[in-house]
Design a binder for this molecule. Structure first.
Ligand code: S3P
Length: 177
């Protein structure tokens, strides 16, 4: 593959599981930006937010974007907030096909129900997590819509999502097998 495939989307839309499965289907390398940051910092994301703050995390995220986007023919899963930095998206788009994963808010709610894993959502949750999800989704909607292709993962297994993305990549001539 000449391009990278970049998965963007809100928390709980399945970027990491889809990315891993897609890379395995394409037989290429996979980079999960959140995982890279965690490895580099030697801590989980909530701990990074707590110890160093969000700005520090976003700076690490921008570094991870640059490093991953410098490679070719790989699948990259972003974090839910990677799209907020226009420079991140400009770099990722340069050699990447951007696929946006979306899901209904109640699906996101059930996939992200466990607290303590997503600091951005936890701090907005004033007892109504679904409302917090909807507010943040609305705030970021336009950023997630700026993609080459959009897939709704609400009712699909990772396998179905991967097949749909592959159909799109073939149609674009970005994938042959
Ligand atoms: C974030 C989403 C998380 C992670 C961090 C911030 C966000 O990634 O990068 O907690 O701002 O939406 P996932 O989308 O993989 O949960």
């Amino acid at each position: 593959m000449k391009h990278n495939v970049v998965l963007i989307g809100f928390m709980g839309t399945g970027k990491s599981s889809t990315g891993r499965a897609l890379a395995s289907r394409l037989g290429c390398a996979f980079v999960d930006l959140d995982q890279k940051i965690e490895q580099e910092c030697g801590m989980r994301i909530p701990e990074i937010f707590e110890t160093h703050g969000e700005d520090f995390f976003r700076a690490k995220e921008a570094e991870a974007v640059k490093e991953a986007a410098g490679r070719r023919g790989i699948v990259i899963s972003t974090g839910g907030g990677t799209v907020k930095n226009p420079q991140n998206m400009e770099i990722l788009r340069r050699h990447g096909i951007v696929i946006s994963l979306v899901a209904r808010s109640e699906v996101i709610l059930s996939r992200t129900r466990r607290k303590g894993k997503r600091p951005v959502l936890d701090r907005m949750d004033q007892g109504d997590r679904k409302q917090a999800i909807e507010n943040l989704m609305e705030e970021r909607r336009a950023l997630y819509e700026k993609a080459d292709y959009v897939v709704d993962t609400s009712d699909w297994s990772p396998f179905q999502v991967v097949e749909d993305i592959c159909r799109y990549l073939k149609m674009r001539g970005a994938m042959h097998a």
